[in-house]
Design a protein around this ligand. Structure first.
Ligand code: FES
Length: 246
């Protein structure tokens, strides 16, 4: 799948929850679940484009779900219909959907839910149980219901679902394979419990990126098979490869 650099018009840019936006671009796009695009909607500053994972891809449109976290995403949040945005992608290595079979757990924390919606949608032949952890507000759960057999939700405040962390109610024993995306502290816990229970696990990392194409080495991470770039070798890595930090 060849990546392309294109300038396109925004079709819709909607706040679906406080500080969480869904950006829709119309057209014909490519990309596997777990892959991302570098997005840019400014001329010189901020210097770097922003990596945003594919949230949804359908015939005739691509969608990105992002959280406003800094200058770049703040800029995106102000984009109006028909304004221009530059896209470079699809980039990185996504999930190998054809190799994922059986009963699957998808575990997400915060905006880590964004790429996993597209993953769940593509796993048509699998039985999916979805675990989603949030700080306080909950989003995307109704849409996930279309693809998941069971959904477990947690919030730090207890406003919705289990009060506490999603890792507290996750039991890997029930599953053939576990897929995970979220804060590194959460992914470290999931990696550890999956290893202890001898379960296959794949994680999608959310590191900061500069070039997005493997050229600057700014996103290098240590793995059991040597140094790798998150943007080109990842962002999806096998649990066997990943070094647990916490
Ligand atoms: Fe440059 Fe990954 S961001 S190598």
């Amino acid at each position: 799948m060849q990546s392309k650099h294109i300038k396109v018009r925004v079709y819709e840019n909607k706040e679906i929850s406080i500080g969480i936006f869904k950006l829709t671009i119309q057209g014909s796009f490519e990309g596997k679940p777990g892959q991302f695009y570098m997005l840019r909607a400014w001329d010189k500053q901020p210097f770097l484009s922003r990596p945003i994972s594919i949230h949804n891809l359908d015939k005739g449109k691509i969608e990105f779900l992002y959280e406003v976290r800094g200058e770049g995403t703040e800029f995106f949040s102000n984009l109006k219909k028909d304004e221009f945005i530059e896209l470079l992608g699809p980039l990185g290595n996504g999930f190998d959907i054809d190799s994922i079979k059986g009963k699957v757990a998808i575990v997400t924390g915060g905006i880590g839910i964004a790429p996993m919606y597209y993953v769940a949608k593509q796993l048509e032949t699998c039985e999916i149980e979805f675990y989603a952890g949030f700080r306080d507000q909950v989003y995307l759960i109704d849409e996930i219901k279309d693809f998941a057999n069971e959904i477990y939700v947690s919030t730090d405040t207890g406003q919705f679902g289990h009060k506490g962390f999603i890792t507290e109610i996750f039991n890997p024993k029930k599953y053939d394979i576990v897929l995970c995306c979220g804060p590194s502290i959460m992914m470290d816990i999931i990696l550890r419990v999956c290893k202890e229970n001898n379960k296959k696990v794949f994680i999608s990392q959310e590191n900061r990126m500069a070039c997005g194409i493997g050229a600057c080495l700014g996103c290098t991470c240590k793995t059991n098979s040597g140094a790798k770039t998150v943007c080109k070798d990842g962002p999806v890595f096998s649990g066997e490869d990943v070094i647990i930090h916490a």
